[in-house]
Design a protein around this ligand. Sequence first.
Ligand code: ADP
Ligand code: MG
Length: 570
Amino acid sequence: MKKLINAVNTVVEDMLEGVVLANQGLVLLDGENVVVRQDFQALKAAHKVAIISGGGAGHEPAHAGYVGQGMLTAAVAGPVFTSPSVDAVLSAIMTVAGPAGVLLIIKSYTGDRLNFGLAAEIARTQGVKVEVVVVGDDVALDDAGRAVGRRGIAGTVFIHKVAGAAAEAGLSLEEVQREAEQAAAGLFSMGLGLSSCTVPAAGKPGFVLGEDEVEYGLGIHGESGVRRETIQSADVMVQALLERILEQGQFKAGERAVLMVNNLGGTAAQELDIVARRALLGCQAHGVKVEAVLVGTFLTALEMAGCSLSLLRADDGRLARLQAATSATAWPGMTVPNRQLVRQPCINVAAASAEQGASWSAAQAARFKAVISRITSALREQEQKLTELDSVVGDGDIGISLARGSLAIEEALDGLDLERPAVALQQISAILRRALGGTSGPLYAVFVLRAGASLAGARNPATVTSWSEAFSAGCDGIVKLGGAGMGDRTMLDALLPVAAVLKAGAADASALSAAQAAQAAASKGAAATRDMLPLKGRSSYIGQRALGHVDPGAYAVTIWMDAIVQALSA
Ligand code: ADP
Ligand code: MG
């Protein structure tokens, strides 16, 4: 077990102290794991009904996260996955009870029913008005008729909200209770788990799921579910949950509802949105009008990976309760979903606005094409080698990136304006901008863009001098955009020596001899990076450990320099 805790037996206390330290609106009952609204006395004076919920800990942000104006007045926490004691509940009731009375909202588990039930009974003998609403929204297990009834899971948070808003609006205890009960009768949930979770005191997972297994209909206390299956696509699994909910809840086309997509604790926000997508599309396909939606982490089973869906029938009155303001930190507010995906037409940023420049002969265009092809195939051939180099000092993606960019250029090659090299370079820059990611992407894109712009200004694009100037302009672009210079251990350590060599010898060199001189300068420059401390880019994070390894970006320059020489000598 690996957890950010201090000690197994102080988990709940430490957590609640954190919650209260972070929020001026909350206080902690001395000696009990009960979080209370700081202004609870004022509520009594205002004759507002107090709302209490709670249960075992481990469902965070439930329940303390829902304490606040417009939601819970107090939350009682038991040990992890264990119902709180009668006395803990009773102290919460006696603290917040005013003349308007107290409503307890509990999830349907035997322990919670007994402890909250007995506390309510004792409070009544002391003259406090107390009512209880039991929520059983989980449709996984059994039909509502079975002896123990349905369990209460994440949908319960909707009931906190409805009751809290009704109490805030000044309704009587009976009225608040009725609204909560009516809402609970229209609430249906089901979850699936991709992993188990570990109760700190137990030290090991409650059950074990294989790499490819998914558990449908599990409880929120790490108890296993109704069936175990091989994992499928998110769409298939979410649809299975939704269908059970729609069927058990007898939702008909045209009905209105609100949806909660809940993270069981260990699921990436990314996956939750993928779940929300299918759930919303599925509701739409069924004809259920989702009026508002919540996507996030609302009621968890510690760090369990997985999700649950809850659907609550809603009319205007209930929607108003759900949309009413609250200061509870774990209630982010419901969004109103789009009925269909709204796509805004996108401005075509890829459209070329190239500076034209002079053209050259068809023979030169053919040679240019051969050079480009040789470069792209060389970069693709050397993908593995580049990956290895970048894995040592970076994140291993430069090989994939350059191969992807090369492929994109190959695919576009026949459509390039190769007879006007300035235009072709600017077209290539636009391709690289889209296809090449990481740091290399924008740097190569600016290199080729500036080179193209320089060439557009040249009287004759066929001279070595024109290309030498274009090369220097490209290097300037990289320096400007990336902020690195000679000796920073980047591709510039290969590129800048080339620019210098070309400048010095350009006027009287042939294209091939210029390329050979460039190749030699690039290789020398790249080799020198072995002894340089990384100061720019991702490898700067590993400092000294980069020493002895050639910079992958500089090495990539040698690959395409070699390719140019090969193509020109052919
Ligand atoms: P990322 O670090 O984003 O994964 P890539 O893997 O695409 O980047 O490229 C890494 C290479 O980028 C480095 O090996 C280095 O040569 C080059 N590089 C990083 N930062 C700069 C910079 N500021 N200027 C020029 N080149 C840089
Ligand atoms: Mg990288």
